[in-house]
Write a new protein. Structure first.
Length: 305
């Protein structure tokens, strides 16, 4: 997730796509999202929808434990807190297999690094971030931290959220080998999920009930979307082609949520999809036409340089 499709350099590629295609296609990508606790707390799905709101699909029905999720290449990876496993399937939901099936206690946020064949996840009960090969080999602890929910790769760093006593937390980062951990942002509220793009960190706040962003050094905090008390926003991702923020937003009715979007500065807020459950994790994946154009543009720029 750039944001959830982490094997690619979307920040660079997005600028190429903007020059090449402008608005020549209606859907620049697909949003994959976890959908849990709706219509009952035993229900949980992985779904996808085009960024223009069309083409809603149910990829998998896997129960209420689905939490972290990411897409790498032609596979979806997700964590399951009910069965304490990390699994994967092909994009159409076929070929489900367990990648990591032991040593987990409450696996939440999950991130893939296809370029380096690495998989990262945070465990809320064990209080740490672990890593393995993308096939599950060599799984083990990376660093100790009071893990919250969000986990992202950006600029050669691992970013994550922490949770302290339920009502507060930080945004932190470290090198990909777990070394040199540092606090990016601390203060009121509790960051939930995060996304990074254009030199800024975007996050949903579970306690303050708002979507925010800041510079990577923690300065310049802005409120992009503020909702009523206990209308908790959930997963967040960014479409770097259309320059949009997508997030899951509680409607205030039970566990029902909606998939929302807005511009990077918080303007033009709108509901893309209604009637979903808790969207704990979201990721943007390019639509095939956009992906091909991104690749062509990147190759053209490399030849120029």
């Amino acid at each position: 997730m750039l944001q959830r499709a982490r094997g690619f350099r979307w920040a660079f590629a997005a600028s190429v796509a903007a020059v090449l295609v402008g608005s020549s296609f209606s859907s620049a990508g697909v949003i994959y999202f976890s959908d849990a606790y709706y219509p009952t707390t035993s229900d949980g799905f992985i779904r996808s929808v085009n960024t223009d709101g069309s083409g809603l699909q149910t990829i998998l029905s896997i129960g209420g434990g689905v939490r972290g999720m990411d897409v790498a290449g032609n596979r979806i990876f997700w964590s399951d807190v009910d069965n304490d496993v990390i699994q994967r399937s092909y994009l159409d939901g076929s070929g489900v297999e367990t990648v990591v099936g032991s040593g987990l206690s409450f696996p939440m946020g999950l991130a893939t690094d296809a370029a380096h064949n690495r998989l990262y996840w945070g465990d809320a009960l064990l209080g740490r971030i672990d890593s393995s090969d993308m096939d599950g080999g060599g799984a083990g602890p990376l660093l100790t931290t009071p893990f919250g929910n969000g986990l992202e790769l950006y600029g050669g760093k691992l970013y994550w959220t922490t949770a302290v006593m339920g009502d507060s937390g930080d945004i932190m980062r470290a090198n990909l080998d777990g070394s040199d951990p540092e606090v990016v942002l601390t203060g009121e509220g509790r960051p939930s999920d995060i996304a990074l793009f254009g030199g800024k960190v975007y996050w949903t706040d579970y306690v303050l009930d708002r979507v925010r962003r800041a510079n990577l050094d923690g300065t310049g905090v802005e409120d992009l979307y503020i909702v009523g008390a206990n209308w908790n926003p959930g997963g967040i991702t960014i479409d770097p082609v259309e320059q949009k923020v997508y997030w899951a937003q509680s409607t205030g009715v039970g566990y029902e949520s909606a998939l929302m979007r807005m511009n990077l500065d918080g303007s033009e807020q709108e509901t893309l999809l209604s009637g979903i459950g808790i969207g704990v994790s979201l990721c943007w994946v390019p639509e095939p036409t956009a992906l091909a154009l991104l690749a062509v543009g990147a190759l053209a720029l490399r030849r120029r340089s």
